[in-house]
Structure formats: structure tokens, C-alpha cells
Design a protein around this ligand. Sequence first.
Ligand SMILES: Nc1nc2c(ncn2[C@@H]2O[C@H](COP(=O)(O)OP(=O)(O)OP(=O)(O)O)[C@@H](O)[C@H]2O)c(=O)[nH]1
Length: 608
Amino acid sequence: APVPTLNAEAALQDGELSLAGSWGFSWGRWLPLDQIGSADLSVDRVELPNYLVDLPIEGLAGRDGIVRGHGTYLLRLTHLDAAFVRPALSMRYARDAWQAWWVDDAGAVQLLGQSGQIAENAEDQAMRHKASLLILPSTSQGGTLVVYLSAYHSNHSGLYGDFTLREYDSAFRLILTDLLVRTFLIAVGIYATIQNMVFFLRRPQETTLLLLALFSGVSLSRAAFSSGYVDYFIAQPYWSIFFYKVEYILIFWPAIAGLQLLLGFFPVRSGRQLMRLTYGLFALAILATAIAPMSSVTAHLWAYQLALLFFTLLCLLTIIRGLILRLPDARHFLLSATPLMMAVINDVIAGQLASYNLYVTEYALFLFLFVQTQIQSARFVDALKTSEHLSAHLGEEVALKTRQLRLHNELLTEQAEDLSHQNDEIKLIAETDHLTGLLNRQTLDKLSELQFQLAIGYRQPLALVIMDLDHFKAINDTHGHLVGDECLIFVASFLRGYKLRKRDIIARFGGEELVILLADTDLDMALSMAQDLCVNLAKTPVRGDHPDITLTASFGVAELISSRANSVHQLIGFADQALYQAKQRGRNRVSAYTRPAADRRSTTPGAV
Ligand SMILES: Nc1nc2c(ncn2[C@@H]2O[C@H](COP(=O)(O)OP(=O)(O)OP(=O)(O)O)[C@@H](O)[C@H]2O)c(=O)[nH]1
């Protein structure tokens, strides 16, 4: 069949001409350029979009089912100069290396451009531009467009439908627009990567932030690698295989990272083992992709997409489980992950049909990343604010608590002091006689026993004086009991006013009987003291309302060594005997206990 012809002027609508439609095609040959114009050139007819694998080429498929080969595409264009001022051919989605020529009606030949190094062997070809903008000679009225397609490593190789003739300016604007959108995506990726990284460095325990940073970083690289227009400006032919392979690996990596992110929020049992296994498989996939020839990598696109679908479904299941268990965040994850899921499905279908790919996945991925980054960083900032707030208020709080504690301590100390006072008081009440304030009988018993033991131990004298008021009953009877009490109080203060040593004890023995225990005092000293007391008491009128009353008392004195008393009890008894004697002798006097002469041999007590 002859080379198909397209009337540019007639086909042009809105300044754009699609080259989809009938093309001439020669399989397995790169037709020499000087044959293009010859009348006996015969070609097959194919329709664009065209993929070699869909061609009915029998017997060319290898054992692996992949058709290998190369060929020449041809299209005659007429009335070009009438349709365009500066026609430009926009070539996209030719998956293998190509070379384009223009042979005008006069037979002049011009190389329009090439994607890199074309070769009859797939591994030898070097791809540079996946997209190209070729400028056609604007002076040509007509000519033939010749595209040599290199050997291919993709089962969807060939010329795709996105071949258009445009005015150069509008075509270039399209490239710039695409570039701008991609630059925007890449900027979002850089932003998300840096933001997550910075926040992670400030709070290393938030591994989610690191994961998001990694996620954004890799997606960013993928967006950069897979952009035909980035290729157009920077890619080098010998890097093409590497970029191609990286792009394949990155097909399903986002779903794995997404799974890890989600498992962080909605943990499952043996989630760690699952992730370890997943990353193990991922490492194997990287290894296999790295060592396999490019043709076999592209032949297994379905496997990469299957992995993408599988891990995406796992992500979805994780979110659904979170929703069922009513875990926090499940809703917003479902919201931000839904477009991602849909985009993934779109990507898988588009990849398998090899139809026009809108890169929806990438846009959705970046959207997802951006939203997640903002949500996570909002949480992070919240946490940061809370911790700053806490640390700012901690000082104040500590100072306040310290103050409260100190107050509390002071209160406790006061209470303890009160208690100790109360104790002292109780002790005082227990130890003293409430009327006179002198020591009571029990205390006297305790202390006198102690003094007795000390005196024995140190072989010191110990004197005991019992004093009994004379005719006290008469005072009570005459003046009343209350006056009697006042008299007792007066005697007590009289005794207290008398110069006694600290060790000496004055106690109320009972009724109107008082005892004075004098440590380290012999009989003579005790007698003289008692005498002194006796004389002075008789001279001293009762203070207060009853100066008319003058009291006298009788005194009985006994001393430990001279009396040879063998207990306090006995010593008291001896003093009592002496007192009795004093009373007998007429009262208001002092009497000492002396051992009777008979007793100096026997033990019968007596008083003098
Ligand atoms: N007001 C008052 N009287 C008391 C108290 N204890 C004892 N008496 C009185 O003291 C008096 C003691 O009387 P007696 O034992 O007969 O001895 P007395 O009248 O002092 O006579 P002699 O001791 O023999 O000189 C009694 O009338 C008791 O009621 C007291 O606490 N207050």
C-alpha cells in the first residue's frame, strides 16, 4: 500500500492537528531515506495509537511472549505551509528510542530530532527524550514524516496517540505548563520532605515524621524521574535504563510506605513481622529489577502494578479496620487516602491498557502527602506548644508547691510544738498536786526511790522531812474549807520560796502533810533547815485576805545513814515517828529520828 496522506490544512482544527489515524508502517526494517519518495514503496497501514504488541505480527514473539524488533513509520503531509506559520511536532509516549526525519516533496532530507541512540538491539539503544518538540520546515508545502523506531523493550512500544502538529509557540507553552505543574509537585514534595525532616529532628521519637519525610522524598524523586519534560531538559542517554528501572521500582514503593505509616496509627498484631517481610520482598524486587535486562523488566510491568494494588488494598484494609474499631484518625485517613486508592486503580488500568496516562496517581500521592504532612505537623506543633506551656509553667508550679509545702511544714511544726506543750501539761497534771502545785504522792514515790538508790550507790546522806500543819482542822472548822485550801497554797509557796537545791524535792504527802527530800544532806543540816522553816513559818502570816491567820507546823526529820533505813518507805516511817514525837511534845517544833540505844544492837525503831 502507498504511504498514507494527510491534508494538514483540511484536518486542522483550532490550530492543532492530531496525527492519530492512518500511518504507513514497515516492520523489521529501517527504510532508507532515498526510498521514501519512490513510487514502488509498499508499506502496511496501521492506526495510531499504535503499539507493536497489538500488531498482527505472527511468529515474532519470543518464548517469553515478547515481540522483538524495530520498524519505520511513515506519514505524508500536504498543505503544511497553508496551515501553520511554524509547525512543530510534539512527540510523547514513544517508549523506545526513535529518530525522526523530514523528506520534502523535492526529495530534500532533514533530521528533525531523536530521542537518543536508536539500535536494533534493545539493550544498545539509549533513550534521552521521552518527549520532544520537533520543528518542521515551515516553507515546505508538503513532505513525508519518517520515524525510525528502535528495538523495543516494552510490550507496549510503538507510536502512541499523542502525536500532534501545533504551532510552535502553543506547543512550547504546553511543555512549559506541564513543567510548571511538575515543578509545583516537586516543590510540594521538597516542602513536605523538609518540613517533616525538620520536625523529626526536633522530636526524634516521632518516627511517623521521618517516615513521611522519606515518603515525600521518594515520591519527589519519582515525580522528577518520570517527567518526560524533565528528561527533555536534563536526562542523559546512558542514564535512561537506570531512570527507567528506578521508575519501575517506585511504582509500588509508595503503597509500602503508606502501609507502614498506617500501621503506625492502627497497629495490628505481628505488624512488625509483616513490615519486615514486606521490606524483604521489596529488597528482592529491587535486586531483580537491577540485574534483569530492561526488556524483561518492562515485560513484567503487571507484576509491579500487582504489587502496587496488593499493598494499596492492605492500606485500605488497615484503614477500614481502624474505622470499625473506631480508632482515632481513621476517618481523616480514609478521606485523604481515598483519592490515592482511586488513582492507584486508575494507574493500574492505564498501565495495562497502555492508554494515555494522566499521572493521576502522582497528583493524588502529593495531595495525600501534603494533607498528611499538614495533619501530622499540626499535631506536632500542638505537642510542642503543650510541652513548652508545661515547661514554662513547671517552674511556677514547683515554686507554688514548695511554698505550700513550707507552709504545711510550719503548720506541722506548730502542731508538734502544741502537742509537746500539751504533753508537758498532761505530764505536769499527772505529776503534781492540783491544789498546791507541789509534786504529788506518786511522783514523790518515784523520785524518792531514785534518790534513795543514788544515795546508797554514792554512799551519800539523804534526809527526809515530814511537816504537818498544826491544828489544821480548827482552821477548816473556823474559817471554812476554802480558807483551809488557801492556807495550803500559802504553805506551798512558802516552801518554794525557801532556798532549796535543784535535786531537793517538795511534795504533798497527803492532806496537810508535806514532805521535803534533801539529797546529800546529813541529819544536822536537815534539822537546822527544818528548824529554820519552823521558826519562819510561825512568824509569817498567811498572805491575802487572811493576815490574821498564822500557821505553825510540826516537823519530823530522818536521815538515811544515821537511821540505817533500808528503804524509802522505812525512811518515811522514821520521819513520821519523829513527827509524831514533835506533835506529842507540843507542836510547832522539830524532832529528829535517832536510833534508840537498844536498837543499836537490835532493830527496834525509836525517836528522840
Ligand atoms: N481545807 C482543806 N482541809 C484539808 C485538806 N486535807 C486535809 N484537810 C483537813 O485537815 C484536817 C486534819 O485534821 P487532823 O488530822 O485532825 O489534824 P489537825 O487538826 O491538824 O491537828 P494536829 O495535826 O493534831 O495538830 C482535817 O480537818 C482535814 O479535813 C485540804 O486539802 N483542804
